[in-house]
Design a protein around this ligand. Structure first.
Ligand code: NAD
Length: 542
């Protein structure tokens, strides 16, 4: 057993009776979290839940009251995490030739986890817990829970070993055969952001462990209590507690754990700044799901403007614009402008309200920072506020977070393309702010030029049922998750298709068997050559 500075607390259920009634694994009651009754989060290392010496509180995003106490792990306390990862062999906890029964074990664990999440009270529990820490509309929070449950359904039973399936090719002679195997990395890092507190860590964690890795998991401190609850639920349904470690706290501390533990691979989801730092610190051994500056092009064929306005509004402003897939820039063909789309967008945006969290707190951009960005955009010649651009009123969202109206700034296309404006216009605001622009038939090439100059290649949408138009845009762009057709959107990220960026050899994916194989395993070729030795063999030297 590793030395640990943590106190052992694994058997305690320190939260109220109501949660014990819900299920024995639930560690916090989302409806009981208040300033006078804060929830407590725990670290997990080598199978033991515990606390470091220091803790910190995080403010309730709706009123600023301290409502969750988090382990504030310090650098002199990280040794158990480092040692735990270092103890994992490169060949993993299982692989196609070792501990194969664990594929079956995970098939059963994941089936039971899906069953647990299908209980209405468990779906409600996770929905409310997500909403408490990352306020979003019930439909958005619930979708995250349902996608997670459907992913578990997809990867239960034999699908675990099917995902790790090998392939064989006949050799040159009897007894020879080559087999391509999916091999684990062994010790791995898994870091995820605040905006999908359940879905991203849950899907990546499952991918990591089923392929035979042991991950050190870290989720943004503002929401990390949610993935802790998911991990506790997995333990409840049979996942070995030593199969993953979990550390709350500062990113810089996690950075140091990874540098010292030297995981064989790390999946990072978050900002481009941290992605590049980790890439340097971990010598390139990373897979990345980083920033999203996501575009939508509305083609020349106008139809169903009310529907299109609704999709655009959902893409830009659901979760208060805090989706990596959020629509950041809308290229409208002039036909759409003539059809009055901008007014329809404004009407839809005006329906959003704090009461139902269809607009709400922004966790990483303050109100001042977002308004300052809007002001800078407005200095561009011809730029104007299409709608929004003001702080939300009548709320108690603390100043450390942001609160502004759904906002759109129109910037002329030729100005966007200017060297001095391009970086500003294409800065990802992780909040409810988008850029609108207009193009004519003759300017399609300029749109393609703008798309070529973008750095982020996550999601995109080509809204048109004109196949020649759609093909032209698709053929000249690279985004990893691109929707095409009149119903195209930029957001969604369900469990039934690959989600991730493209155009970067470090690009990761999430959701599908291919994504799991890419991110959480490497290729190993084993060539068996067992004979017989050919009759009449005569040695020659060449
Ligand atoms: P962030 O990079 O600040 O934080 C992400 C995670 O990294 C957090 O868990 C944080 O604690 C951790 N972290 C911070 N510094 C670290 C370090 N030095 N070493 C290790 N870990 C560290 O991200 P954010 O700004 O809070 O999140 C929003 C960003 O995430 C946006 O750019 C968004 O587009 C992106 N995102 C991308 C995807 C995707 O699939 N591509 C999904 C969600 C969010």
């Amino acid at each position: 057993m590793l030395a640990t500075t943590s106190r052992r607390l694994c058997s305690l259920h320190p939260f109220g009776q109501s949660q014990r009634l819900l299920s024995s694994w639930a560690s916090v009651d989302p409806s009981a979290l208040t300033g006078s009754n804060p929830g407590q989060a725990y670290n997990l290392v080598n199978g033991e839940w515990g606390l470091p010496a220091e803790s910190k509180t995080i403010p309730d995003p709706l009123n600023g009251e301290p409502f969750i106490k988090l382990p504030d792990t310090q650098l002199d306390e990280i040794d158990p995490f480092v040692q735990s990862l270092r103890a994992v062999p490169k060949s993993g906890l299982h692989n196609p030739l070792k501990n194969s029964e664990r594929y079956n074990m995970y098939g059963a664990v994941i089936a039971k986890a899906a069953e647990e999440m299908r209980k209405p009270q468990v779906e409600d529990y996770f929905t409310k817990l997500v909403q408490r820490v990352a306020p979003k509309h019930d439909a958005q929070a619930r979708a995250e829970v349902v996608v997670t449950r459907r992913f578990l359904e997809n990867f239960s039973g034999d699908q675990v070993r099917f995902t790790a399936r090998s392939f064989g090719v006949a050799g040159d002679h009897a007894g020879q055969m080559s087999t391509g195997m999916r091999w684990p990395y062994g010790p791995v890092g898994l870091i995820t952001p605040f905006n999908f507190p359940l879905e991203i860590p849950a899907l990546q964690l499952i991918g990591a462990v089923i392929m035979g890795n042991k991950p050190l998991v870290h989720v943004d401190h503002r929401v990390s209590i949610v993935a802790e609850a998911f991990l506790r639920m997995l333990h409840h349904v049979g996942m070995p507690t030593t199969d993953a470690d979990y550390v709350h706290g500062h990113g810089s501390v996690v950075n140091e754990i990874l540098v010292r533990a030297r995981p064989r691979s790390t999946l990072f989801t978050g900002s481009q700044r941290v992605a590049e730092k980790l890439c340097a610190d971990l010598h390139g051994k990373v897979f990345l799901e980083d920033a999203g500056f996501d575009w939508k092009v509305l083609g020349p064929d106008v139809s169903d403007p009310d529907y299109i306005a609704w999709v655009c509004d959902q893409d830009a402003y659901a979760c208060s614009g805090q989706k990596c897939s959020a629509q950041s820039i809308l290229f409208q063909h002039s036909n759409w402008v003539k059809a009055g789309l901008e007014e329809k967008l404004a009407q839809r945006a005006a329906l959003r309200k704090l009461d139902d969290l269809s607009i709400g707190p922004v966790l990483t951009w303050t109100t001042d920072a977002m308004l300052a960005h809007v002001d800078k955009l407005l200095k561009i010649p011809g730029a104007r506020v299409a709608f929004g651009g003001k702080p939300l009123e009548g709320h108690s969202i603390p100043d450390v977070y942001g609160a502004i109206q759904p906002t759109a700034v129109f910037v002329p296309l030729e100005q966007i393309l200017k060297e001095e404006n391009f970086a500003l216009v294409t800065t990802e605001v992780f909040g409810p702010v988008q850029v609108l622009t207009e193009y004519s038939d003759e300017q399609l090439q300029l749109v393609l030029e703008a798309l070529e100059k973008l750095e982020a290649h996550l999601t995109a949408a080509v809204v048109s049922n004109d196949p020649v138009f759609t093909q032209k845009v698709l053929a000249n762009t690279v985004n990893g998750t691109t929707y095409a057709g009149i119903r195209a959107r930029t957001t969604g990220a369900p469990q039934n298709h690959w989600f991730g960026p493209a155009g970067d050899p470090r690009a990761a994916g999430i959701g599908t068997p291919e994504a799991i194989r890419l991110v959480w395993s490497c290729h190993r070729e084993i060539i068996t050559d067992v004979g017989p030795i050919p009759e009449g063999f005569q040695a020659t030297t060449s």
